[in-house]
Write a protein that binds this ligand. Structure first.
Ligand code: PHB
Length: 394
């Protein structure tokens, strides 16, 4: 059986689900095809900071209710340099706040809302091929019951993450891909423990970086700089606690301990594909660009992409394709600014394993310059909270 939809969306992550939700708000239906199960999508742990623009969009489009009740709204972060803490008062410097609300909670809210709105979300569904002609794309897929199906769409959006196979359709030679690798990674743990303090602590220390983040009053999220080749077995609980206390404790603050119930290594990579479109196929979120986790920009960038793509698709379906033609040109400057910020925060806070003494002294001088100047703290704060999302009439 062949079905038809205005917009076929591959991937039920932040980009795909938000796009589907925004399109629906403008009266445009879509079909979301996701290879994972709903349970997997709703339980995979990723980063957890929502920028002001993301919070505003959630409130404006009616999916912010649980976030409003449960998220931790933060007005500052701390940077600790060898145990000496400096607070960056985000709200005082920018008027904006950020929320600690994990990505999977966001996805739970969006899935519930799409289902309540009667949206077509197909889990455990694999896309076998995106074909057809440039003007009339066709998706062949296998549904959860193993049936081969076909979907015709006016437009196709690949929002299926950093390993998207559809990127090569947009950029067949790979010439539009810009990459950067980092000589370190993060070891992430989830811990049953009370909060150390309300605000996040980004700690740099000669022994490496540590980040003290949170998931709830009783579950904490900690990260430690590690080698990219490290595995979960390299880090015993004792080694984790020793490293956390060495790197992030300060004279009047001790990182709170508890049972570690999850361990994972997170890779550090930057990549951008430009342009993010070809014909009727569009890339959104990690399918087009990946940032390292420092600063937690990835999900916010994905949502910023579709804040442009949704109105652009709506207009194009109504016979006005100009905004859609400009999609890449509009979103890429924000993508590159976020790439820069994520790279800058990462480079300033992590000691590379092969850094010369000159490089490590220079890095600490940069941190000291930024933290000791009001302009420096303001710059960091502005980048951290992010810019407002663009709004387009349809
Ligand atoms: C997280 O809680 O997962 C998190 C928070 C802040 C970051 C990165 C990750 O910069």
């Amino acid at each position: 059986m062949t079905e038809q939809t205005p917009v076929a969306i591959i991937g039920a992550g932040p980009a795909g689900l938000t796009l589907s939700h925004l399109l629906h708000q403008h009266g445009v239906e879509s079909v979301v095809l996701e290879s994972r199960s709903r349970h997997e999508v709703e339980t995979t742990v990723r980063a957890g900071i929502l920028e002001q623009g993301t919070l505003d969009l959630m409130r404006r489009t009616g999916v912010g209710e649980r976030m409003e009740r449960e998220a931790d709204i933060d007005e500052g972060i701390e940077i600790s340099v060898q145990g000496e803490r400096t607070r960056i008062p985000l709200t005082e410097l920018t008027g904006h706040t950020v929320a600690v609300y994990p990505q999977h909670e966001y996805l739970i809210d969006l899935i519930a809302r799409r289902q309540a709105d009667g949206g077509a979300l197909l889990f455990e569904t694999t896309v076998d091929a995106v074909g057809g002609t440039e003007d009339a794309p066709v998706i062949d897929y296998t549904d959860a019951a193993g049936r081969s199906c076909r979907l015709r769409a006016d437009y196709v959006v690949a929002a299926d993450g950093s390993r998207s196979p559809h990127r090569s359709t947009v950029d067949p030679t790979g010439a539009g891909r810009h990459r950067h690798e980092y000589p370190y990674a993060w070891f992430g743990v989830l811990v049953n423990a009370p909060k150390t303090q309300k605000e996040l602590i980004y700690a740099t220390h000669p022994e490496g970086f540590a980040l003290i983040s949170t998931r709830s009053d009783s579950v904490q999220r900690y990260y430690l700089q590690c080698e990219p080749s490290d595995t979960v077995d390299d880090w015993s609980d004792d080694r984790i606690w020793e490293a956390l206390h060495t790197r992030a404790d300060s004279p009047d603050l001790r990182i709170s301990e508890g049972e570690i119930f999850d361990k994972a290594v997170l890779r550090f990579r930057s990549a951008v594909t430009e342009p993010m479109q070809r014909g009727r196929l569009f890339l959104a979120g990690d399918a087009a660009h990946t940032v390292p986790p420092t600063g937690a920009k990835g999900m916010n960038l994905a949502i910023a992409d579709v804040a442009v793509l949704a109105p652009a698709l709506v207009r194009a379906l109504r016979g006005r394709p100009e905004l859609l033609s400009d999609y890449s040109d509009i979103v890429l400057p924000r993508v590159w600014r976020a790439q820069h910020f994520s790279w800058w925060m990462s480079s300033m806070l992590h000691q590379a394993p092969d850094a010369t003494t000159f490089e490590s002294r220079r890095r600490l001088a940069e941190l000291s310059s930024v933290l000791s100047s009001e302009a420096g703290r303001r710059y960091l704060a502005e980048q951290y909270v992010g810019r407002d999302l663009p709004e387009f009439e349809v």
